[in-house]
Design a protein around this ligand. Structure first.
Ligand SMILES: NC(=O)c1ccc[n+]([C@@H]2O[C@H](COP(=O)([O-])OP(=O)(O)OC[C@H]3O[C@@H](n4cnc5c(N)ncnc54)[C@H](O)[C@@H]3O)[C@@H](O)[C@H]2O)c1
Length: 299
C-alpha cells in the first residue's frame, strides 16, 4: 500500500469517536503523525473526558504510528490556539487540520431555544473558524519566512443537512452551510500561500445518527465511518495540492463532488413590484428546483 501522508503532521478534531476516529487512524496508517483532539463530549456537547481520545492514540501506537492527545474545546479561541501550538511543539510543524468535531441539538424552529441555537453554531462554525484561523496565521508566517508556499490543508466537515436542507436542524444546517461557504472563501484567501481548503459531507453510522431510523446490517456496513476517511487521506496528501474549494460527499456507497449555488434565470432590474412578480414566477418555473435531501433533482 502506498503511504500517501508519510511524515505529514495532522490535527483531527473530534477524533475520539465516529468519523473523526477513522480519519485519525486512516491518516496514521498512511504515515501521518496525528494529534487526536477531542473534548470527550456527549452528542449534545455536554461533559468532557479525554479517555476515548487516549484510546485512539493507543490504537495508533499499537499500529506503529505516532499520536498524542489534545483535550481542548474547538470552539474556544484559546483552546484552538493551544491545539495548534501543541501540534507544532510535539511534531515540529503542522500540515493538515481536519475540522470534524460536532454536536447536535435538533429541534423544530418554533421550539428551538437560544442555547440550542448558540451551542450548535458555536461548536461547528466557531469550532471550524478558530483552529483554521490559528493554523492559517502559522502557515502565512512560515511562507513569509521561507519565501515559499507551504503545502498545507484545511479539511472541514459539512453535511447534507446544510447543503440540501434537513427539517428539524435550522441550527445545525445553518452551521454546516456556513462551513461550506467558509471553505470556499478560505480556499480563495489561502491559495497564494499554498493552503488548500476543502470540505467533506460524510454519511456514516455513528452515535450521532444511530437513532435516526432502523438500520439493517447492510445499511450499517455501507455507513461504516471507514468509507469516509479515504477521501480525507487523499485530500491531506502532499499530492492533492491542486484540489481546493470543493465540497465532497463520502459514505453510504458513494463519493460525490457537490456543485454550489449559481445564477439561474435572470431579467433586467425593475422598479415596479407588481410587474416583477410574474417575472419572478416565470423565472422560477424555468430553473431547477432546490435538490432533495439526496442532492438530486426533485421529480
Ligand atoms: N455521522 C454522519 O452521518 C454525519 C453526517 C453529516 C455530518 N457529520 C459530521 O461529522 C462530524 C463527526 O460526526 P460523528 O457522526 O462522528 O459524531 P460523534 O458524536 O461520533 O463524534 C463527534 C466527536 O466530536 C467531539 N466533540 C464535540 N464537541 C467538541 C468540542 N467542542 N471540542 C472538541 N471535540 C468535540 C465529541 O466528543 C465526539 O467524539 C460532525 O461534524 C458531524 O456533524 C456526520
Amino acid at each position: 500500500m502506498a503511504r500517501l501522508c508519510e511524515g505529514r503532521i495532522a490535527l483531527v478534531t473530534g477524533a475520539a469517536r465516529g468519523v473523526g476516529r477513522e480519519h485519525a487512524l486512516g491518516l496514521a496508517k498512511h504515515g501521518a503523525k496525528v494529534v487526536v483532539n477531542d473534548l470527550g463530549a456527549g452528542v449534545d456537547g455536554s461533559g468532557a473526558d479525554t479517555t476515548p481520545a487516549q484510546a485512539v492514540v493507543d490504537e495508533i501506537k499499537d499500529l506503529g504510528g505516532e499520536a498524542i492527545v489534545n483535550g481542548d474545546d474547538v470552539s474556544s479561541w484559546d483552546g484552538a490556539k493551544n491545539m495548534i501550538d501543541q501540534t507544532i511543539d510535539a511534531f515540529g510543524t503542522i500540515d493538515v487540520v481536519v475540522n470534524n468535531a460536532g454536536i447536535l441539538r435538533d429541534r423544530m424552529l418554533v421550539n428551538m431555544t437560544e442555547d440550542e441555537w448558540d451551542a450548535v453554531i458555536q461548536v461547528h462554525l466557531k469550532g471550524t473558524f478558530a483552529p483554521s484561523r490559528h493554523a492559517a496565521a502559522y502557515w502565512r508566517q512560515r511562507s513569509k519566512e521561507t519565501g515559499e508556499k507551504v503545502n498545507a490543508r484545511i479539511i472541514n466537515t459539512s453535511s447534507t443537512s446544510g447543503l440540501y436542507g434537513n427539517i428539524g436542524q435550522t441550527n445545525y444546517g445553518a452551521a454546516k452551510a456556513g462551513i461550506a461557504a467558509f471553505t470556499i472563501i478560505a480556499a480563495r484567501e489561502l491559495a497564494r500561500i499554498g493552503v488548500t481548503v476543502n470540505a467533506i459531507s460524510p454519511t456514516a453510522y455513528t452515535r450521532m445518527t444511530d437513532n435516526l431510523r432502523e438500520y439493517t446490517e447492510e445499511d450499517i456496513e455501507r455507513r461504516d465511518p471507514r468509507w469516509v476517511s479515504p477521501t480525507i487521506v487523499y485530500l491531506s496528501s502532499a499530492e492533492a495540492s491542486d484540489i481546493t474549494g470543493r465540497v465532497i460527499q463520502a459514505g453510504n456507497g458513494r463519493v460525490a463532488v457537490c456543485e454550489g449555488w449559481r445564477r439561474g434565470a435572470e431579467i433586467d432590474q425593475l422598479e415596479d413590484a407588481e410587474a416583477i412578480g410574474p417575472m419572478i414566477r416565470d423565472m422560477i418555473s424555468n430553473v431547477r428546483m432546490n435538490s432533495g435531501m439526496d442532492g438530486l433533482e426533485l421529480d
